[in-house]
Each structure stands twice: as structure tokens, then as C-alpha cells.
Design a binder for this molecule. Structure first.
Ligand code: HEM
Length: 127
């Protein structure tokens, strides 16, 4: 079962030895992570006990960062106090496999069509 925290309860965890942060309605216990954060302990402590969703997204954290944060998950913000989760910006989203395949097809379609046409013409004239 997931533990639920009110925003007031999260605010009580704002010390270096006991630091919680909210990102997208999920509560993270970042106490053990402070010294390991590539962005430094200070930004995390500035946001300890608070909702740091905007800051987190503004940085444009990598997929690695998002995988990493899973291990600090302590619970969720109580249902009545959840906020709308910001939609990912296009710049932040990583290209999916489907996108690159589509891009590849789009790039190759015109030359492939031309060579098929040339082959047909050759067969028609000299075949
Ligand atoms: C548990 C939550 C978090 C994790 C796991 C995490 C992880 C990381 C990682 C792995 C990086 C290196 C760059 C990257 O891979 O994206 C990074 C950089 C950074 N993070 Fe976080 N971060 C977290 C929360 C936050 C929050 C809440 C803030 C802001 C309030 C923040 C601010 C920064 C900054 C300023 C950088 C440096 C960016 C740069 O040097 O260009 N991080 N973080």
C-alpha cells in the first residue's frame, strides 16, 4: 500500500538529516541522496519539505535521473491535495523508437520511389 502524506506533513521534513521533496505528486525522501545529487545538495535543501516539480522539470532532468529517483520514493501526496502534473515539453521528451523509425521511412521514401520509377522506365524502354 502506498503511504499518503499531506503537504503539511511533508513540510515537517525539511532538515538535512530528514529531507522530503514532492515531484509530480510523489513524495521522495532525498536524505541519503543529498550528497550524491549531481546538481548539488543546496538546490535540494532549498526545496526540502516543498513541491519542487517546476524546478525539477525546468532543469530538464534526463531519463537516468527519472529512473534514479524511483528508489527514493516514500509515498504520494494525499488525493485531495494533488496538483495537475505538467505536461512534458517537446524539448524534454526523448525521441521514441517509433518516431525514429517514422523519420527513417520519411527520409528514405522519396529516393526509393524515384529508383523504383527509374527501374520501371528502364524495363519499359529496354526490357
Ligand atoms: C530525487 C530527485 C532528483 C534526482 C534523482 C535528480 C537527479 C539528477 C541528475 C542525475 C542530474 C544530472 C543531470 C541529469 O542526468 O539530468 C541532476 C542535475 C541537476 N538537478 Fe537534479 N535530481 C533530483 C531533484 C532535483 C530537484 C528537485 C532540483 C531543483 C529544485 C534539481 C536540480 C538540479 C540541477 C540544478 C542540476 C544541474 C543541472 C546542470 O548542471 O545542468 N534536481 N539531477
Amino acid at each position: 500500500m502506498t503511504t499518503e502524506f499531506t503537504r503539511e506533513q511533508v513540510a515537517a521534513h525539511s532538515q538535512p538529516g530528514d529531507a522530503f521533496i514532492i515531484i509530480d505528486n510523489v513524495v521522495y525522501d532525498v536524505t541519503a541522496f543529498l550528497d550524491d545529487h549531481p546538481g548539488g545538495a543546496e538546490v535540494l535543501m532549498d526545496n526540502a519539505g516543498r513541491d519542487a516539480s517546476d524546478c525539477f522539470h525546468d532543469i530538464g532532468h534526463s531519463q537516468d535521473a527519472r529512473d534514479w529517483m524511483l528508489q527514493f520514493r516514500a509515498g504520494e501526496v494525499a488525493a485531495a491535495e494533488r496538483r495537475e502534473v505538467r505536461v512534458r515539453s517537446a524539448a524534454w521528451a526523448e525521441p521514441g523508437e517509433g518516431d525514429s523509425l517514422r523519420g527513417l521511412l520519411a527520409a528514405w521514401a522519396p529516393p526509393l520511389a524515384l529508383s523504383a520509377l527509374a527501374a520501371l522506365l528502364y524495363l519499359y524502354l529496354f526490357g
